[in-house]
Design a protein around this ligand. Structure first.
Ligand code: HEC
Length: 289
């Protein structure tokens, strides 16, 4: 099947599916994506976030012009500047300022990994994912194998085995409500979590911070293994101009559940070397007398 055929036959089906999702979102707060994924406690691959824009063209490397379609300028800001749909509510003179505020959310939304450069085969170790920004009220954090919107696999597919529930440290400390929605008997060893209680404000230049600590067991075969953090966040509830308070569901983006105000962003790609005697024991001199 060629790309053109793909586009003409599959797009309407995708749009219909998204519309169905959006109507579900209205029916139940637990389903909506603005507000995160309160219902899904499992591994996630970034392709799922069809509505979100990508913050870097490189995240769609190899896809030619298709990559540009996913950038905020094309996918999100063009509708704002044209005053399309709900954005007609924003006076024309304020639209450029709105885009600048949303771009500030992107600049201040960062994701980075802390990881050991090398580990022994089968060794258990920790990887800390640090995120800043994200409009809130929640953000999503995942571990994948490459910084690619459509080709990334959950990190577990590469042999990075998650051991136990990830530790979620929100802006106000530890959180367990989201991960505990996954029954304990299923194991809470997933590569994706939501962090709740996030509240960033581009208006006040205030940015949330959160951390997720994953305990991983290294693959048993020696080699260099990649690891990448995937960050799912919203932008429009990060400024009063595009935040609509819903009496039941809380802050909602002006662009709506079908809008393009979500983002997918990746950390730099980490490479962890798995080798015998991988992690060096602390030098004797480092141990306090
Ligand atoms: C139907 C469109 C749509 C799809 C599909 C979608 N999202 Fe979103 N998502 C949104 C919108 C719109 C926002 C942005 C809210 C904002 O701008 O503040 C968002 C925001 C988010 C947020 C941040 C929540 C918040 O409070 O701002 C997370 C986490 C998220 N999405 C995860 C996902 C994941 C994981 C998937 C795939 C399972 C996904 N989304 C698929 C529309 C979608």
């Amino acid at each position: 099947m060629n790309a053109r055929c793909n586009r003409s036959t599959k797009r309407p089906i995708l749009e219909a599916a998204l519309l169905a999702l959006a109507s579900l979102a209205v029916a139940s707060s637990a389903v909506a994506y603005p507000g995160g994924t309160p219902d899904f406690q499992t591994d996630v691959a970034p392709y799922c976030a069809a509505c979100h824009a990508s913050t870097a063209e490189a995240d769609l490397a190899g896809l030619g012009e298709r990559a540009k379609v996913e950038l905020p300028e094309t996918k999100h800001y063009a509708a704002i500047l044209a005053g399309a749909g709900n954005y007609a509510e924003v006076p024309e003179a304020e639209r450029a300022k709105l885009v600048e505020l949303l771009a500030a959310v992107d600049r201040n939304s960062t994701i980075m990994l802390e990881f050991p450069p090398s580990v022994a085969p089968g060794e258990t170790f920790q990887v800390t994912v640090k995120v800043t920004g994200g409009a809130g009220p929640s953000v999503g954090v995942g571990l994948v194998d490459r910084p690619h919107r459509f080709f990334a696999k959950p990190a577990s597919a590469l042999g990075w085995e998650v051991v136990g529930a990830p530790t979620i440290l929100g802006p106000k400390g530890p959180q367990t409500a989201w991960i505990e929605r996954r029954p304990e008997r299923e194991g809470r060893d997933v590569t994706f979590v939501n962090v709740d209680g996030v509240h960033s404000s581009a208006d006040q230049d205030k940015w949330s911070r959160a951390k997720v600590i994953f305990t991983l067991r290294a693959p048993v075969t020696a080699g260099d293994y990649p690891l990448v953090g995937a960050y799912f966040y919203g932008t429009e509830t990060g400024t009063a101009m595009t935040t609509r308070m819903h009496p039941e569901y809380g802050p909602q983006p002006m662009g709506g559940a079908l809008g393009k105000s979500g983002r997918v962003k990746f950390s730099k790609q980490a490479v962890i070397t798995v080798k015998e005697g991988g992690r060096k024991p602390a030098p004797v001199a480092d141990i306090a007398p």
